[in-house]
Design a protein around this ligand. Structure first.
Ligand SMILES: [Zn+2]
Ligand SMILES: [Zn+2]
Length: 250
């Protein structure tokens, strides 16, 4: 689902939606992340729309996965709320032209968020050249592949290097990407209608990189979408780090 008709470059406006929230169906999320608790917390924070984006990391899991979504929908339907909820997922593009979920599953979602850089997972493809530049080239290939597949609405924590455990700091991989290369990715995002996520943890973790990506994206006309990647209720409110983000993304 296309979230914005035209790209929005006002962070306060983007922060009206939090399109990256995990429920208890993600093993990394806290037990408090029930649909009811999430919805109430989002209402208190004044959010207008959220997306439930549980991980999709298991092969041949489509049936179970869709049953899981049906269960979330049932729990949401039982609530009296005006909050709009997108039944979504953090899908996995784990190699060039390699996707864990079936295409029909991605298409069945209200909003398809995809991760291309969960390099900490065993099954994720790794580059032969494991230097920062080697990883940079590979990570960019994966994002381009996800965009060209046209299965997805948004790239989660795009190109963020935190998941490459052996690299010294979080910016080592992203510093090895040139503005030209990033500009091309932003243009491809626009062309394929794939947004880039303003993922709060990623922006705080690698501010220099996300400032570059934000500015290159604005030049190219790329759509950005806000997500806190909440695994706990306290992380649902998009306003918590908004001022900090505004300073970073000049
Ligand atoms: Zn992720
Ligand atoms: Zn996530």
């Amino acid at each position: 689902m296309k979230i914005y008709k035209e790209p929005v470059y006002d962070l306060t406006e983007l922060a009206r939606y939090n399109l990256h929230v995990h429920t208890t169906f993600s093993s990394c999320a806290k037990p408090e992340m029930t649909v009811e608790n999430i919805v109430r917390t989002a209402e208190e924070a004044g959010l207008e729309m959220i997306a439930l984006t549980d991980h999709y990391n298991t092969f041949n899991w489509d049936e179970t996965y869709l049953a899981q979504i049906a269960e979330l929908k049932k729990q949401y339907a039982a609530l009296d709320t005006k909050l709009k909820v997108l039944f979504s997922s953090e899908l996995s593009c784990y190699g060039v032209d390699k996707f864990v979920e079936k295409e029909e599953t991605a298409k069945a979602l209200d909003y398809a968020l995809v991760s291309c850089n969960h390099f900490h997972l065993d099954y994720w493809d790794k580059p032969e050249d494991t230097s920062p530049r080697g990883y940079a080239v590979f990570a960019m290939e994966l994002v381009k592949s996800a965009m060209k597949s046209r299965r997805y609405d948004c790239i989660a924590h795009p190109l963020y290097g935190r998941f490459v455990k052996h690299l010294e700091d979080k910016g080592e991989m992203t510093r090895a990407m040139t503005d030209n290369e990033l500009g091309e990715i932003c243009e491809l995002g626009k062309e394929t209608e794939t947004a880039l996520e303003i993922n709060v943890g990623a922006v705080l973790g690698d501010p220099d990189f996300f400032r570059r990506l934000w500015n290159l994206g604005r030049e190219a006309g790329t759509t950005f979408i806000f997500g806190t990647d909440a695994h706990r209720l306290i992380n649902i409110d998009t306003k918590t780090h908004l001022e900090q983000l505004q300073k970073i993304l000049l």
